[in-house]
Design a protein around this ligand. Structure first.
Ligand SMILES: NC(=O)c1ccc[n+]([C@@H]2O[C@H](COP(=O)([O-])OP(=O)(O)OC[C@H]3O[C@@H](n4cnc5c(N)ncnc54)[C@H](OP(=O)(O)O)[C@@H]3O)[C@@H](O)[C@H]2O)c1
Length: 338
C-alpha cells in the first residue's frame, strides 16, 4: 500500500513512527506492507514512488528540514500532481483547517477521490461542513474514505457508535470530546480559579492553540458531534449549522462552586438525542462517567435496548491519533485487496 502523507506535523510524524516500528507485524498479521511514497508539509514535498525511509524522513523533519532529502520540492504543487508523481494508493490527510477556511483541505480530499485514491483524514473541518459531499465523492470514485481519528483520536467513539446502532436505535450520546476545555473546567473545579486563570494555566502547559476559541467556544466539540451523529446514522445529513453551541467562556467560579456543593462538576458536554445536537456546559455527577480528569475524553451511549455503554480514553496526541489512522489503513487494505 503506497501512502502519501499530506501534513507532516505531530500526527503525520506519529504515523511515520508507527510505520517505522510496526512494519514486520503488519506484514505477518495482514500481509500489509505500507510504504510512504510522499510526505508534504507547508513548505516542502518529498516524493519517491519507490518508497521513503520513515526514519530518514523523521530525522530530516526534526533536524535540518525535509528540503535536504532527495526528491524534495517546494510544496506549491497541486494535490493531483503530488498523487500522480507519488503513485500513491491512499492519501493520509493531517493538515490544519478550520470552519472559516476549509476549502484547501476539502480540495485535497476531492483531488484524491477524483483520481481514484482512497483517503484517510484526521482533519475535522471538511467533515463539519461537507461530509455528505465528500462521502458521495468517494463513493463516485469507487474508493474508501475513513476518518476514525477525527473524534477521540485513538479512542474508537465512531466505531462504537456505528456498532451500537447497527441493529438497535441509538437514543442518546453524551460525551466529553475536547481535552482543552475539560482541563480548564477541571482546574476551575479543583482550585476554585477563574476561567481566565485556568485558561492561562492550560496555555502555559501547551494544551491550547494560539487562538483558543475553536476549543473554548465549543466549535471543536460541535464538529466532532456532527461526525459522530452522521457516522452512527450511516448518512451524512448533519452539518455544523445543525448544532446548538455554547462554549465555556461564561462559566463562573460561583457556578463551579455551586455545582461542587451539590455533588456535581461542570463539563462541556456534547449531546445527541431526540432534541438534536447540542454542545453546552452542563452539571454532571461528581465521580460519574463524565467526571474526568484533565484532557481525557469519554462518551456514554444509550440505545433502545442497551445502555449505558461507556467508553473513555485519550482524545489527542500524535501517536494516539496516528494509531487511528493505522486502523483505517488496515481497514482499507482488508476491504479492497484482491
Ligand atoms: N494533534 C492531535 O492530537 C490531533 C488529534 C486529532 C486530530 N488532529 C487534527 O489533525 C490535523 C493535524 O494536526 P497536528 O497536530 O499534526 O498539526 P501540526 O503539528 O500543526 O501539523 C500540521 C502539518 O501540516 C502541514 N501543513 C500545513 N498546511 C499544509 C498544506 N496546505 N499542505 C500540506 N501540509 C500542510 C504543516 O507544515 P509545517 O510542518 O511546515 O508547519 C505541518 O507539518 C489537524 O487538523 C488537527 O485538528 C490532531
Amino acid at each position: 500500500m503506497r501512502i502519501l502523507i499530506l501534513g507532516f506535523g505531530t500526527v503525520g510524524q506519529g504515523l511515520a513512527e508507527l510505520l517505522r516500528d510496526s512494519g514486520p507485524w503488519l506484514d505477518s498479521r495482514y500481509g500489509l506492507r505500507p510504504v510512504i511514497v510522499g510526505a508534504v508539509d507547508s513548505k516542502t514535498g518529498v516524493i519517491d514512488p519507490a518508497g521513503l525511509d520513515p526514519a530518514a524522513l523523521l530525522e530530516a523533519k526534526q533536524g535540518i528540514g525535509m528540503a535536504s532529502l532527495r526528491g524534495a520540492k517546494a510544496a506549491s504543487t497541486s494535490t493531483a500532481d503530488l498523487i500522480g508523481r507519488s503513485q500513491a494508493d491512499v492519501i493520509v490527510q493531517a493538515v490544519p483547517s478550520n470552519l472559516s477556511s476549509p476549502a484547501g483541505a476539502i480540495d485535497q480530499l476531492r483531488a484524491a477521490f477524483a483520481s481514484g485514491r482512497h483517503a484517510v483524514t484526521v482533519t475535522k473541518a471538511p467533515l463539519g461542513v461537507a461530509m455528505a459531499d465528500l462521502v458521495a465523492a468517494a463513493s463516485r470514485g469507487g474508493v474508501r474514505f475513513r476518518y476514525s481519528g477525527t473524534v477521540g483520536a485513538s479512542t474508537p467513539f465512531l466505531d462504537a457508535a456505528a456498532t451500537l446502532s447497527k441493529a438497535d436505535r441509538l437514543v442518546s450520546v453524551e460525551g466529553i470530546f475536547n481535552g482543552t476545555t475539560n482541563f480548564i473546567l477541571s482546574a476551575m473545579h479543583e482550585f476554585g480559579t477563574s476561567y481566565q486563570a485556568a485558561l492561562d494555566q492550560a496555555t502555559k502547559l501547551g494544551y491550547t492553540e494560539t487562538d483558543p476559541s475553536n476549543d473554548v467556544d465549543g466549535i471543536d466539540t460541535a464538529v466532532k458531534l456532527v461526525i459522530l451523529a452522521n457516522h452512527a446514522a450511516g448518512e451524512a445529513t448533519r452539518t455544523f449549522g445543525d448544532v446548538k453551541v455554547q462554549g465555556i467562556r461564561g462559566v463562573t467560579p460561583q457556578q463551579v462552586a455551586a455545582a461542587k456543593s451539590a455533588g456535581k462538576v461542570i463539563r462541556l458536554i456534547g449531546r445527541i438525542d431526540a432534541h438534536g445536537l447540542r454542545v453546552s456546559p452542563e452539571q454532571v455527577d461528581a465521580g460519574g462517567p463524565l467526571d474526568l480528569p484533565g484532557a481525557t475524553n469519554a462518551a456514554v451511549f444509550t440505545t433502545a435496548t442497551c445502555g449505558p455503554v461507556i467508553l473513555r480514553g485519550s482524545g489527542a496526541g500524535g501517536r494516539h491519533t496516528a494509531s487511528a489512522i493505522l486502523r483505517d489503513l488496515v481497514d482499507i487494505w482488508l476491504t479492497t485487496r484482491r
